[in-house]
Design a protein. Structure first.
Length: 301
């Protein structure tokens, strides 16, 4: 198994579960900014573990690493990208805009035989298969692992699981069902990258009750903070947040606390101080078929 250096911390427990060696891909930057990429020994089936937050250099590193692995004997490459970049831009909203989802999809489909990710941020695209034409693609849900973590730590059955917008409905419905608690979805109107309006359809249901805010991605944190303010105004007893992909700066936790968010936990899809929910067991299950087909799997991080 191979991994990018930024993913090594999370790749190690997965490699241990699978019983395979982990090789950290070596990256060297020349004075002019160009990259030299050196991989570990290739296996017939090679897994590359690379979370694609801050993606631009990482995409080039994966391209170079895959070429080196193919020349080293890899017949099949599985890209495990817990966070998959550039999925939000799935249409041209103004004349001249690139549709980055299509471009990145074609790029990675030309590199890997299978892509595995978690809660990909898909809007108008029905499934991950529509992004990666001609290869296998798995969009895993973090909700089972999140539900298990919440049950283990204890959750008040009076809790209301809340999504900040219509796009969060599938995650909210799934998690609330697994926990056996009530749920609601707010209405969001976006006025820009950092300006949103949140409306609660029935504010009375939150009065005196604990709330669990759930979202797939938090980047600037504007949506989460606006939703938290609305919940405080509605009388919520407490507010905790769970996110799949934590892309926000670490100091945002202080600003979230200032508007009433007691805690925020994220999954280990993007390395972040709020990481609290590991996904290596889920990834190991997804990769077991690869082990069965190819015998021993090498993972490069």
């Amino acid at each position: 198994m191979q991994c990018l250096p930024s993913s090594a911390r999370d790749a190690r427990p997965l490699a241990s579960r699978l019983g395979v060696a982990l090789h950290e891909i070596a990256l060297h930057r020349f004075p002019d900014g160009e990259l030299r990429v050196t991989v570990g020994p290739a296996s017939p089936t090679t897994v590359i573990y690379a979370s694609l937050d801050r993606p631009n250099d990482k995409l080039l590193a994966i391209l170079f690493a895959a070429d080196a692995l193919r020349r080293g004997g890899a017949k099949r490459i599985v890209l495990l990208a817990p966070y998959l970049c550039y999925m939000r831009q799935d249409a041209a909203f103004q004349d001249g805009e690139a549709i980055s989802q299509n471009v990145v999809g074609r790029l990675l489909a030309g590199v890997a035989d299978r892509v595995i990710t978690v809660d990909a941020h898909l809007h108008r695209t029905a499934s991950l298969a529509g992004v990666f034409a001609g290869i296998e693609a798995d969009n895993l849900s973090a909700m089972p692992a999140i539900a298990e973590a919440l049950r283990s730590s204890g959750i008040d059955l009076n809790t209301v699981v809340v999504g900040p917008d219509a796009e969060s409905r599938s995650w909210v419905d799934d998690l609330a069902s697994r926990l056996g608690v009530a749920h609601a979805v707010a209405q969001k109107t976006r006025h820009g990258d950092r300006s949103v309006k949140i409306e609660l359809s029935d504010p009375q249901i939150f009065k005196g009750r604990p709330v669990l805010l759930v979202d797939d991605i938090v980047s600037s944190g504007g949506t989460l903070m606006t939703c938290a303010r609305a919940l405080v105004a509605a009388g919520a007893a407490s507010i905790d947040a769970i996110v799949t992909h934590a892309l926000f700066p670490a100091d945002l936790t202080d600003r979230l606390a200032a508007v009433g968010v007691r805690s925020i936990r994220s999954t280990h899809t993007v390395p972040h101080p709020t990481n609290a929910i590991a996904l290596d067991a889920m990834f190991a299950t997804a990769l077991r078929n690869e082990l069965g087909d190819a015998g021993r799997v090498e993972t490069t991080s």
